[in-house]
Design a protein around this ligand. Structure first.
Ligand code: ZN
Ligand code: ZN
Length: 373
C-alpha cells in the first residue's frame, strides 16, 4: 500500500493529516451554504405533502439480468451499472464494486424511506468474488449495512474515506480488510497481473447516518488508475473547483462516472445540476460521461427521468460523448457505447401516444448519432 499526502488547496487545513488522525468533524474546502430553519422546514413539508407524482416511474424500469457465468466470461474492462451509484467493474481480471446498495430502501428503516424503482440486476449471492468494494461516503443510498454484511465474505478489500471504515469495523468487518484514505492518498491493489491504483480525491458534500453524527466521516470521489486507463467516480458532490484540480493532476479520464440526480436549487452545494455535471466532466477532461445517482431512488423533487433528459440534451449541445446504459447492460470502459434512451419507454405519456413515442425515438436516435461521432 502506498500512501502519499499532499497539502492541496481543496483540502481543509485540519484535514491534511494521516488517515489515522481523525478530526472531530470533516470539512469541505469551502463551507456549504446551509439553509436556515424555515427553509429546511419548507423543503421537508414539500417532501411530505406536496411532492410531484412523477418523481417515481409509473411501473418498474427495465433491467438486464446478470449471472455469475456471464460476468466471469466478460472481457476485461467491462462495467455494469447495477443501480444508483453501484457500479461493477472488471479490471485486471477481477471485480471491483462501488457503493453497493442492494436493499429495498435507502433508509435506516426497511418500512419507510425511498424505495428502489428496480431490482438489482444480480443478487449479492450470485456475484463472483470481489477484489474490492470502493465506498464514497456513509449516506444510506451509498453505504447499505445489509449489503456490506452480506458481501463481507466475498470481498478482499474495503477501500473507504477516513472514518467510513470505522463504521464497517463497528459492524464486525475484519479491520485487516479495510483501508481508510484521506483526500489525495492512494493505494495500489493487485489484480491477476497488474495493480490498480485507487486515489481518494476530494468531493464537496457531507456525511452522517443520524441526526447527531454529521460530518464525522469523510466523503470522497475516487480516481481509478488501471494501467493506461483512467476512470473517475464522483461519489456525491456539488460542483466545485476540485474537479479542475483532479483533472489537471490525473486527467484526461477515459470515463467519468458523475452524479446527475437528486439535485435541487434549494441544496445547490451538495449535488449537481446536470449543467454542472457536464462542466465537471469537462474540467476532468473526460472522454465518455456516464451519469449516475439517478434511476433507482426517489431522493429529490424532480421527475425521475429528468436527469437523463437534461444531461443527454446537454451532451448533444456540447458534443460530449455520453453513455446511458440500462441497469445491468455491459459497457466497454475504454469505448463506452451510447446506450439507448431506455427511460423514454417508461413514460406513460409516450406509452399511450404512439405517434409521440415514435417521434421521440427518432429525436433520441439523432441525438445519439451526433454524440457518437
Ligand atoms: Zn450523499
Ligand atoms: Zn447519494
Amino acid at each position: 500500500m502506498s500512501l502519499s499526502v499532499d497539502n492541496k488547496a481543496v483540502i481543509a487545513p485540519d484535514q491534511a493529516t494521516s488517515a489515522k488522525v481523525k478530526p472531530a468533524k470533516f470539512k469541505n474546502a469551502r463551507a456549504l451554504r446551509e439553509p436556515g430553519f424555515l427553509k429546511t422546514l419548507g423543503i421537508a413539508l414539500k417532501f411530505f405533502f406536496n411532492k410531484p407524482k412523477n418523481t417515481q416511474p409509473a411501473g418498474s424500469i427495465p433491467v438486464m439480468e446478470l449471472t455469475r457465468e456471464q460476468l466471469l466470461a466478460a472481457p476485461d474492462n467491462t462495467l455494469y451499472r447495477l443501480g444508483h451509484s453501484t457500479l461493477l467493474m472488471k479490471m485486471q481480471g477481477v471485480f471491483w464494486l462501488t457503493d453497493p446498495v442492494f436493499s429495498e430502501r435507502a433508509s435506516p428503516f426497511q418500512w419507510m424511506g425511498p424505495k428502489r424503482f428496480h431490482q438489482a440486476p444480480i443478487s449479492i449471492a450470485e456475484l463472483p468474488p470481489l477484489k474490492a468494494v470502493i465506498l464514497s461516503h456513509d449516506h444510506y443510498d451509498h453505504l447499505d449495512h445489509a449489503a456490506i454484511m452480506q458481501l463481507a465474505d466475498k470481498v478482499e478489500h474495503f477501500i473507504t474515506p477516513t472514518g467510513v471504515g470505522d463504521r464497517l469495523i463497528a459492524w464486525g468487518i475484519p479491520a485487516e480488510k479495510i483501508q481508510q484514505l484521506a483526500w489525495w492518498q492512494s493505494t495500489s491493489i493487485k489484480g491477476l497481473e497488474n495493480a490498480v491504483e485507487l486515489v481518494a480525491t476530494p468531493a464537496q458534500h457531507f456525511s452522517g447516518r443520524s441526526l447527531g453524527d454529521r460530518d464525522q466521516t469523510l466523503w470522497a470521489s475516487w480516481t481509478i488508475l488501471n494501467q493506461d486507463q483512467r476512470i473517475f467516480f464522483s461519489g456525491d458532490t456539488g460542483y466545485f473547483a476540485g474537479f479542475k484540480e483532479i483533472g489537471d493532476k490525473y486527467g484526461p479520464f477515459d470515463l467519468t462516472l458523475i452524479e446527475t440526480g437528486a439535485y435541487d436549487k434549494q441544496w445547490p452545494d451538495v449535488h449537481m445540476q446536470p449543467e454542472e455535471s457536464l462542466q465537471a466532466h469537462l474540467d476532468l477532461r473526460g472522454k465518455y460521461l456516464l451519469p449516475i445517482h439517478n434511476g433507482t431512488f426517489d431522493l429529490a423533487l424532480h421527475a425521475w427521468h429528468e436527469p437523463f433528459d437534461r444531461i443527454l440534451e446537454l451532451a448533444r449541445r456540447h458534443q460530449v460523448k455520453i453513455s446511458t446504459p440500462m441497469m445491468g447492460e455491459a459497457v466497454d470502459m475504454a469505448e463506452a457505447q451510447a446506450g439507448q434512451a431506455w427511460w423514454l419507454e417508461q413514460l406513460p405519456s409516450l406509452q399511450t401516444n404512439k405517434k409521440a413515442n415514435q417521434k421521440n425515438k427518432q429525436k433520441v436516435a439523432s441525438l445519439y448519432s451526433v454524440v457518437a461521432e
